[in-house]
Write a new protein. Sequence first.
Length: 206
Amino acid sequence: MFRYAMLLLPALALAQTTANSVTVTASRNTNLAPDQAVIAVYVGTPTTATLDDAAAVLQGTGITAANLSGVGTTQVASGRQSVLQLQWTFSDPADLAALKSTLAALTTLQQSVAAKNDGTSVSFSVQGTQVSSKLAQQQTCSLPDLISDARSQAAKLAANLTVGSVLAVSGSAASTATSAGGSAFSSAATVPACSLTVKFALTGGI
C-alpha cells in the first residue's frame, strides 16, 4: 500500500518555467505477522515493599525492574477483612513460539508464591501481540523503488510539465515498527517501513 503527501512549491503555482520543482513524500507500509505476545504480570505486595522487593518475586523469569510499567494500590480480601496492597505491573514480551512454556512457568510461580501465604501474590494476563524490533529491523527499504514511487506521483501533479532530474532527497529510507492492535489474536501489524521525500525539477510549460 502506498501513501503520499504532496507539496507543490510556489514556483509551480506561478507557472514559472525556470527553477520549477515539485516535492513528493512517498512511503510504503508492510504487513508483518506479530512474533511476540505482550504479557502483563502483576505482583501484589505489602505497602512497605519496594520495587526491588517486587522484582525479586519474579526472579528466574527474566522479568526485572526495567520491565515495570506501573504501580498502584488495590484492596484484597484477607479473612473477613480487606487489606491494602501495592500492585506492581510488569510488561513481559514473549516470543509466540515460546508462549506456552512462558505461561506455564508463570503459572508455576503464581502457585509457589501463593503457597507461602506471606501477603504476596502473582497474577498475569496476555494483553496482545506485537512485532518485535528485531523483526522490524529485518525489513529492507529500496531507495530506487521509493524514488520511482515519488516520480510517478510527481508526474500526476505536474500536469503539462515534465518531471526531470532529482534535485534533493531527504527523510529516511528506514524501517520503523508499530505494535499490533490490543487483541491477543491479532494476525498482522502494519509497519510504516519506508519513507522518502524527493524534490524533482520540472521542465516545459503552457
